[in-house]
Design a binder for this molecule. Structure first.
Ligand SMILES: *[C@@H]1O[C@H](CO)[C@@H](O)[C@H](O)[C@H]1NC(C)=O
Ligand SMILES: *[C@@H]1O[C@H](CO)[C@@H](O)[C@H](O)[C@H]1NC(C)=O
Ligand SMILES: *[C@@H]1O[C@H](CO)[C@@H](O)[C@H](O)[C@H]1NC(C)=O
Ligand SMILES: *[C@@H]1O[C@H](CO)[C@@H](O)[C@H](O)[C@H]1NC(C)=O
Ligand SMILES: *[C@@H]1O[C@H](CO)[C@@H](O)[C@H](O)[C@H]1NC(C)=O
Ligand SMILES: *[C@@H]1O[C@H](CO)[C@@H](O)[C@H](O)[C@H]1NC(C)=O
Ligand SMILES: *[C@@H]1O[C@H](CO)[C@@H](O)[C@H](O)[C@H]1NC(C)=O
Ligand SMILES: *[C@@H]1O[C@H](CO)[C@@H](O)[C@H](O)[C@H]1NC(C)=O
Length: 494
């Protein structure tokens, strides 16, 4: 129970950080907004958890000594106090550009408590003791909390709530107690009620502010702003500027793919993301084509776009064959069939530049230029270089969202083939082109789409799932609208 409170605040704050960068005037590759809709959801989750926390709030015993008229000196203790219920009929959580954070206001709250009392006194020289229980109803309670949200030097979000940022006040406490003498009422009405109010007020704000300053801050310090794609690449989602609070909580993030553990900037411009007031989902995320271009650059630089195709890597019994006596080669490269019958070819493929990705309204295209060197393996295992072509593959792609991942699916638009060098004389390019077109569709695209079906991750947050993705592609970027669902410990009562 004690742990769920920081989780709630973590949830509330992390959701928007996972999504926003502006160092040195460079455009962020990624921006996000938690809209008022999302903030309201965060409020509900947070308050629900706060409610549970309050019901387990340890309230210290109160002891005192009082001179009661007609009775004398009374030593009393109230103990075993706990909050049975805490009602929050309505509350608002709103972004606040002035304080740079969010402010929670909840009024007309009420609570019910139970506790035990006992006293001892000397009345007319006789030692008297008694005990019983009591119920307390409190109403006219207000809670006002400011959470300040910023960024540290490493681009990590920070939260804090300063003294004075939390006000918990109680309008009145009505005590109803069971057993005891009538003068006890007076004692409760005054001293004990006052002490209890003071205790609750201190406890509630220290619970909330501890949650923010200690637990949530710790959680944020642990937050992984780098999402690993595989053993080669990771995505940097760190903040590039402090969040802003117009129309929601807005973040600007790096949004660039890097080789694992290295910060080597990709040499492409980051398209600007225009201001967009959209608040139709709980979270709106803007992702530029730069993120995909930087990914292509990392894999290209790492040599991952180099591949040697041999017969054993082809699906057996498929249409494509590297056997010079196969129908496929006979049709595509008739002279190779004649010059080198019944041998196997090898094709060494290597991208000659980083793959490109371009976005414009409702359209995403990708292209990759690869050099393919065709060899034939002679009976003595020597590879003979026959010719080299350059293949430019143009694809169109659609985007999706699965789990925490942005996924894609691409289809070939066209494959351009250019002969760069030949050691076997003239080659009928239209025949070769048809064969390469088939090879790209059967071999290359499924590989690209297999990666696409896994996708690239947004940072994952414990106990939070994304729902109802809405994708809209625009000039240089796409927008992803998401709703959020907290699946943590309190979901049953939400
Ligand atoms: C492909 O084969 C060439 C020799 O033909 C070799 O130099 C190169 O390292 C191989 N590349 C891969 C990725 O296996
Ligand atoms: C090539 O294909 C022919 C005819 O299908 C087959 O007889 C031959 O064994 C194959 N050669 C190699 C090297 O696989
Ligand atoms: C593949 O292409 C890259 C970039 O053009 C080049 O640096 C690399 O040496 C090439 N690899 C091979 C095996 O030709
Ligand atoms: C993608 O290619 C198609 C067909 O060539 C073209 O109509 C479309 O405008 C291109 N889209 C982008 C984003 O370049
Ligand atoms: C393999 O055979 C070819 C053609 O017969 C020849 O030119 C080449 O020198 C041979 N290579 C080796 C390593 O024997
Ligand atoms: C990818 O697109 C192709 C062609 O539009 C379609 O047939 C295929 O079902 C799509 N795959 C996925 C996983 O969406
Ligand atoms: C290439 O082959 C096709 C089909 O056999 C033929 O029609 C065409 O004339 C050939 N082109 C050249 C340049 O030889
Ligand atoms: C999300 O992407 C990561 C990295 O590519 C991958 O390991 C993970 O399996 C993907 N998740 C889903 C649900 O496809």
């Amino acid at each position: 129970m004690q742990r769920s409170f920081p989780t709630a605040w973590t949830f509330m704050v992390i959701v928007f950080f996972c999504f926003n960068q502006d160092i040195d005037g460079v455009n962020p590759g990624f921006k996000a907004r938690v809209t008022q809709k999302g903030i309201n959801y965060m409020r509900d989750v947070g308050l629900n958890i706060l409610k549970q926390e309050l019901s387990t709030l340890p309230i210290p015993d109160i002891s005192g000594s009082e001179k009661i008229k007609g009775v004398g000196k009374v030593d009393y203790t109230v103990s075993n106090m706990r909050v049975n219920s805490f009602n929050i009929p309505s509350a608002t959580l709103v972004p606040d550009p002035t304080i740079k954070g969010v402010t929670l206001n909840a009024n007309s709250l009420s609570l019910a408590m139970h506790g035990d009392w006992r006293y001892s006194a000397k009345i007319a020289g006789i030692h008297v003791k008694d005990h019983g229980s009591f119920d307390v109803n409190g109403d006219g309670i207000t809670l006002h909390v400011t959470i300040r949200i910023g960024m540290d030097s490493s681009g990590r979000p920070t939260v804090s709530s300063q003294s004075g940022d939390c006000v918990f006040s109680i309008g009145s406490l009505h005590v109803k107690f069971h057993g005891g003498a009538s003068w006890l009422y007076d004692l409760f009405e005054h001293d004990i009620s006052k002490a209890l109010k003071k205790s609750l007020v201190n406890q509630a704000c220290s619970l909330v502010q501890n949650g923010i300053n200690t637990d949530l801050s710790k959680e944020l310090a642990k937050l992984d702003l780098v999402a690993k794609i595989d053993d080669v690449a990771e995505i940097d989602y760190s903040l590039v500027s402090a969040p802003t609070f117009q129309g929601g909580i807005n973040t600007a993030n790096k949004g660039e793919v890097f080789p694992i553990g290295k910060r080597q900037e990709a040499p492409f411009p980051v398209p600007p993301i225009p201001n967009d007031p959209d608040d139709s989902n709980m979270v709106e995320v803007w992702i530029t084509q730069f993120l995909f271009q930087s990914a292509g650059y990392v894999y290209f630089k790492a040599g991952y776009l180099e591949y040697n195709l041999t017969q054993d890597k082809l699906p057996s019994g498929g249409q494509i064959s590297l056997n010079t006596s196969s129908t496929f080669v006979k049709i595509a490269l008739p002279q190779v069939s004649k010059m080198y019958p019944n041998l196997l070819m090898q094709v060494n493929v290597n991208a000659s530049s980083s793959p490109d990705v371009r976005m414009k309204p409702n359209s995403i295209n990708g292209s990759v230029v690869i050099d393919a060197v065709f060899f034939v393996q002679l009976p003595n295992k020597t590879l003979t270089n026959m010719f080299t072509v350059q293949l430019t593959t143009y694809v169109s792609a659609s985007l999706g969202f699965k789990g925490h991942n942005i996924t894609w699916n691409s289809t070939v638009i066209r494959v351009d083939v250019q002969l760069l060098e030949s050691n076997i004389g003239d080659i009928n390019m239209s025949l070769l082109k048809s064969a390469l077109d088939i090879a790209v569709r059967i071999l290359l695209i499924p590989m690209v789409n297999e990666e696409g079906s896994k996708g690239i991750p947004l940072p994952s947050i414990d106990d939070v799932i994304f729902e109802n993705p809405v994708i809209k592609v625009n000039q240089g970027y796409f927008k992803l609208g998401l709703d959020v669902k907290y699946t943590g410990s309190d979901k049953k009562t939400l």
